[in-house]
Design a protein around this ligand. Structure first.
Ligand code: PXG
Length: 461
């Protein structure tokens, strides 16, 4: 494998990258000190190779997105054919292209019946920006212009654009670039491991949901436009809320007429063992942003699904919605996304994920005997391993994120890509992963955990 790398002058790529490439979410001083980037060149199934020929099991499906796995020729062919037929046309001003409309119908067909209208974007961030503009305008059209405030969660991740970063609850992001607009509020995350104390997860789930009601009352129910949350918080460390949480959040939102938004950018398209995370977590949103698994990352594309009740009112009351991106519903991205959903259906990847979920959960649970593993948890094929200095008391290592980074680096060295969210190791492998590959993933994880434990002990000695 890795035939590509033979023709690549790696030293030149690295030098050019250091000289010219300004990377996202990267500390450039540390990046340069480390000698520049790892260059990825080729991938197949759940495996990825770098330019030096190192083979790694991609436990993150890229960035939570390559659901159908790497190396799908038919997705390349779909793009190629569409480029030959019609490489671009827009969807503004009463026009469309065939794959764009087909994709809107296809997405609707894999959602509950009340979702029949799809707005296209190019990313998850744009989907969430679109929602904020839409929702604020919707309430204005309905004669409730004060309903402008959004409630979200601490360490929720909704993207990086100005508005998406406001929706998100990452302090570090809020402190950069003026992303503290009025009208965005954050409540507690339903994270039992860190905040549940002596309560049962179910008790804690209700308590975390009550925080949503508290915030609605604080802001004034007449001012609250919507509540947004990921069914399972991904970038925060795969926080799977207790079963009591989402149904209670839904009850509270309905009580105060607050719209409910399920950010499905990570959880959508099978990740949790159902098409949508809200189906696995037991609630019914009004609006659904999506991206990532929509094209399995083979093309940049995002979308927003609106329930018919809302969209009908919007169409009836409103004139033109002054919003849209040049590449919204791009025909090549749409053709690829369409074929990607066909693959998910043909290969029954949603059902397969539901079936293999317990195997994945058991495999992760086999790591619980490890001295620095405090908890493992998963749903479908998204999971986490909590690193802990005192398992019984759920105590963290000091300097949050330091030991997690050590573990992540050991993973890379040993052929596994597993991300660290502070000291929570997270996993989201391609949905095509086999039982044998899950065994290998867990074997590699243990190797990295052992090496991390050795480092930690050496520090204490
Ligand atoms: N919503 C959720 C739930 C996400 O996870 C976005 C929106 C934004 O999507 P775009 O396509 O604009 O990136 C995301 C993206 C990480 C990481 O390190 C996670 C994301 C993006 C980048 C890094 O876990 N999620």
């Amino acid at each position: 494998m890795n035939t590509h790398a033979k023709n690549i002058n790696i030293a030149e790529v690295v030098a050019n990258d250091i000289a010219h490439h300004f990377h996202p979410f990267t500390d450039h001083k540390a990046f340069h000190a480390a000698g520049g980037p790892r260059v990825m060149t080729q991938a197949d199934g759940v495996w990825i190779w770098d330019a030096n020929g190192n083979k790694m099991l991609d436990g993150m499906a890229g960035l939570w997105c390559v659901n159908v796995g790497y190396g799908r020729k038919e997705l390349a062919e779909a793009a190629y054919q569409q480029m030959l037929d019609l490489p671009y046309y827009n969807t503004f001003f009463k026009t469309t292209t065939v794959p764009t409309t087909d994709l809107a119908a296809k997405i609707s067909s894999v959602m509950p019946k009340r979702f029949q209208h799809i707005f296209f974007t190019n990313s998850g961030s744009e989907s969430n920006d679109t929602i904020v503009r839409f929702v604020r305008h919707y309430w204005k059209l309905k004669g409730k212009p004060y309903r402008q405030h959004f409630i979200a969660r601490t360490r929720g991740y909704h993207g990086s654009t100005m508005v998406a970063a406001n929706l998100g609850g990452f302090q570090g992001m809020h402190e950069q670039g003026g992303t503290r607009f009025p009208g965005f509020h954050h409540v507690q995350q339903p994270y039992w491991y860190d905040f549940g104390g002596d309560k049962t997860p179910e008790e804690f789930g209700l308590e975390a949901a009550a925080d949503v009601e508290k915030k609605i009352l604080e802001v004034g129910p007449e001012n609250v436009a919507a509540f947004i949350g990921e069914p399972i918080q991904g970038a925060a460390g795969v926080l799977i809320p207790p079963s009591t949480y989402w149904p209670e959040v839904q009850r509270i939102c309905r009580k105060y007429g607050v719209l409910l938004i399920s950010d499905e950018v990570i959880c959508g398209f099978g990740r949790t063992g159902n098409w949508w995370g809200f189906q696995s977590l037991g609630f019914e949103p009004d609006i659904v942003p999506m991206a990532k698994g929509l094209s399995s990352g083979y093309q940049p594309i995002g979308a927003v699904a609106f329930s018919e009740a809302i969209i009908k009112e919007f169409f009836d009351l409103g004139g033109e919605f002054y919003h849209g991106m040049t590449y919204a519903g791009h025909p090549v991205a749409a053709a690829v996304a369409l074929r990607n959903i066909e693959i998910i259906q043909r290969e029954k990847l949603v059902e397969k994920t539901r079936e293999i979920g317990p195997y994945f959960a058991d495999a992760l649970a086999s790591l619980r005997d490890h001295p620095i593993v405090g908890e493992t948890r998963s749903m479908g094929l998204i999971g986490a391993i909590e690193l802990s200095s005192n398992k019984a008391k759920r105590i963290r290592f000091k300097d949050s994120g330091r030991v997690g980074t050590m573990c992540r680096d050991h993973c890379f060295k040993n052929g596994l890509i597993m991300r660290a969210c502070w000291d929570t190791m997270v996993l989201s492998p391609p949905l095509v992963i086999s039982k044998k590959e899950i065994d290998e993933l867990v074997r590699l994880a243990r190797v990295a955990l052992d090496a991390t434990y050795r480092d930690v002990k050496a520090e204490m000695a």
